[in-house]
Design a protein around this ligand. Structure first.
Ligand SMILES: Cc1cc2nc3c(=O)[nH]c(=O)nc-3n(C[C@H](O)[C@H](O)[C@H](O)COP(=O)(O)O)c2cc1C
Length: 344
């Protein structure tokens, strides 16, 4: 099932059910553009049989940056630079979505043009930012009236992605970044309509999604959330059951058709696999997930109906021909952090 071509509304024809998960690599060119090397890197994965590629997190505007060497999709030059990537993946008969990313407080003014990063809160993230070897910057809590401007940055980036030829966009709403800073009761300390109750903490995501769905149409939009994950520690949203009870039907009601439930790099069965079992009966759209699953586990998740598409990150990073190796039953090269140093 995993390696069989499929027709999967809303995405259409896919070479396989193998999805390359979004992975930040930090090899953007000067001016935060995508490069020919990046096009080849993604193209090799499409050639090998990956059905759908989710790009590395791509910054929607400098105010949402937080990392070294990451690509943007904000200006005409940055948008144009992505065309070579999309064309190369399409030449390999793959589909490709742009992952739209705003880091929120997981940043520092070093990355945001000297302005404090924005967030749901004005409390800084704990811990050390390895990107600039400093503590995370003190964020500025967005004013209630500023939300439409932030949605506007996402909308502009999404339109840019469509004009670059992407098959769709994935809104990054997980892993402790901006949208998750609204979801997560441990971070969101607001007293306005965007904080407090479950409905209020979901408001930012839902208002944003409604606009993107209206702009692009439902067949072009996926969302990534991570209600249970590893990010320095293993944890679930504090009120994960209430959140899922509210959020999943709300996403579906807005017309979302593709949901990616991530656990960052935790054990799938302890984290997102658990969430997927909880939401599957209530979610009729395409569900994707995974984290370093074995081929047998992936096949089982598909045949049990928990997943429609299986995501892999590090296996695909380590093996440009991962999908071909799966097809042929060949062993895969284990991921080694040293591989992060080049774009193979
Ligand atoms: C080097 C690296 C970079 C990552 N960057 C992103 C990212 O930009 N956006 C995102 O949503 N997840 C990111 N992730 C998480 C992966 O998408 C994936 O969820 C995680 O690696 C677990 O899957 P795996 O066990 O198959 O690697 C990254 C993971 C790795 C290893």
């Amino acid at each position: 099932m995993l390696m069989s071509p499929c027709q999967l509304p809303p995405i259409g024809a896919l070479k396989s059910r193998v999805v390359m998960a979004a992975m930040t690599r930090g090899f953007a060119g000067p001016g935060h553009v995508a490069t020919a090397d990046m096009a080849e890197y993604y193209g090799r994965r499409a050639d090998s049989g990956v059905g759908l590629i989710l790009t590395e997190g791509t910054i929607i505007d400098q105010s949402g940056d937080g990392y070294n060497g990451v690509p943007y999709i904000a200006t005409p030059e940055q948008t144009d630079s992505w065309r070579q990537v999309v064309e190369r993946v399409h030449a390999g008969d793959g589909k490709i979505f742009s992952q739209l990313w705003h880091c929120g407080r997981i940043s520092h003014s070093d990355f945001t043009g000297g302005e404090p990063p924005v967030s749901s809160t004005n409390r800084a993230a704990e811990g050390h930012n390895r990107q600039n070897d400093k503590p995370f910057g003190a964020p500025r809590a967005l004013e209630t009236g500023e939300m439409p401007a932030v949605y506007g940055l996402f909308r502009h980036a999404a339109e840019n992605a469509m004009s670059a030829g992407f098959d769709g966009v994935q809104l990054h709403m997980g892993h402790g970044y901006l949208v998750d800073q609204f979801f997560d009761a441990r971070v969101n300390d607001r007293t306005d309509a965007y904080g407090g109750s479950v409905a209020n903490r979901c408001r930012f995501a839902l208002e944003l999604l409604e606009l993107i769905l209206a702009d692009l149409g439902p067949d072009k939009v996926a969302v990534r959330i991570s209600p249970s994950r590893f990010m320095g520690e293993l944890y679930d949203w504090p009120d994960v059951d209430e959140m899922l009870d509210y959020l999943i039907p709300a996403l579906e009601k807005l017309g979302l058709k593709m949901l990616d439930i991530s656990c960052a790099n935790a054990d799938y069965f302890e984290t997102s696999g658990r969430v997927i079992r909880q939401v599957r009966s209530r979610w009729r759209g395409v569900l994707m997930g995974g984290a370093s699953l074995s081929v047998e586990q992936a096949e089982q998740e598909l045949s049990d109906g928990f997943l429609d598409l299986v995501t892999w990150g590090r296996h695909i990073l380590a093996n440009s021909d991962f999908a071909a190796k799966v097809s042929d039953g060949r062993d895969i090269e284990p991921f080694d952090p040293a591989m992060l140093g080049s774009l193979n």
